[in-house]
Design a protein around this ligand. Structure first.
Ligand code: GLU
Length: 326
């Protein structure tokens, strides 16, 4: 029932960073591969800043990450920080797009698929709630069938989040890197949140609308988002959008297998930049980790284009060797 679009030439890929901290090696790994996928096929890249959460996302982090990407040679062709038209650039910041999300949210409401959910965090995570093997909670549908009177009464004491009702049909797609995938949303997430109780539209809704409206035909991102893809394909289907192709890529981890995060200060690009002076050693290390070079040796991103082979990217997570930054 759900199929992804065949790879289009030339593809339109994207960088979609969340500016909740400084850019680190893991973010650049993902950006480098998105860039190589698109550019090696003669395509282009859009930069979209995913600053939906005003508590976590700072404009200065977005400014810094645009500078770092540029310095690394990972250029983009459309989107934020392009040209002199700042109004146009602003439209590639998710924080400036709530009016658009509201419009599509209303379309889903008209389809009778959206309902308010008053469950508290502790209710959702209660021991008796159905848990998935990875620790996530499957929403049990608690608020789906509340009567209008019950909703009114609950709204007096709590602002609701809004959930999208899912149906029990298999959602299949072929990931360019991980192959055929099949999910049932009733087993994967249950009805999921598309607008938070503080009024912020949820990632799943925003990213789908943005990728569709920005003409993205190729999504390359971390494998942690593989299980979000069926949720997004469901929204593509409901809104009548054509989905892009998806390639999920392995995550970078530290020696203990923990995913690199904003806590790994040493692996922030700003730190690496001070140490190395030029982007080539960083790009070379990432290209090596991505299976594109025999050894980590300095190279410019553009020089990887002729040799880029997505088949060589590992499928398991990749341990970043300890860097001696003395
Ligand atoms: N904004 C997300 C992140 O920085 C990426 C979302 C996506 O690629 O769909 O992890």
């Amino acid at each position: 029932m759900f199929t992804t679009q065949a790879n289009q030439t030339p593809p339109v890929g994207r960088f979609a960073p969340t500016p909740s901290g400084f850019i680190h090696l893991g973010n650049v790994f993902c950006s480098l591969l998105a860039w190589l996928y698109a550019k090696s096929a003669g395509g282009s890249i859009v930069l979209r800043i995913e600053d939906l959460d005003p508590q976590r996302c700072l404009r200065q982090n977005a400014d810094a990450l645009a500078h770092e990407l540029e310095w690394l040679g990972l250029t983009w062709d459309a989107g934020a920080y392009i040209g002199s038209d700042s109004v146009k650039s602003e439209r590639y910041f998710q924080s400036q797009r709530s009016d658009i999300y509201a419009e599509y949210f209303a379309q889903l409401e008209t389809q009778g698929l959206v309902y308010p959910c008053f469950c508290s965090r502790s209710e959702l995570h209660a021991a008796e709630a159905p848990h998935l093997s990875d620790g996530r909670v499957l929403y049990a549908g608690t608020c789906r069938d509340l009567t209008p009177a019950q909703r009114e009464a609950k709204a007096l004491v709590r602002r609701p989040a809004y959930r999208l009702q899912v149906t029990d049909v298999p959602i299949s797609f072929t990931d360019a890197h991980y192959g055929p995938q099949s999910y049932r949303l009733t087993e994967e997430s249950g009805d999921f949140i598309i607008r938070r109780s503080d009024g912020v539209y949820a990632y799943q809704l925003a990213v789908t609308i943005d990728d569709a409206l920005m003409g993205i035909t190729q999504v390359v991102r971390g494998s942690d988002l593989l299980s979000s893809t069926p949720l997004q394909l469901y929204i593509y289907h409901l809104l009548g959008f054509t989905p892009p192709s998806f390639a999920h890529i392995p995550l970078l981890t530290d020696a203990s297998g923990r995913r690199l995060s904003k806590r790994d200060g040493d692996l922030e690009i700003a730190t690496l930049r001070k140490h190395y002076d030029s982007p080539e050693p960083i790009i070379g290390l990432l290209a090596y980790l991505a299976g594109q070079l025999e050894r980590p040796e300095p190279i410019a991103a553009a020089d990887l284009l002729p040799i880029f082979d997505p088949q060589k990217i590992p499928t398991t997570n990749i341990v970043v060797p300890e860097l001696k930054l003395i």
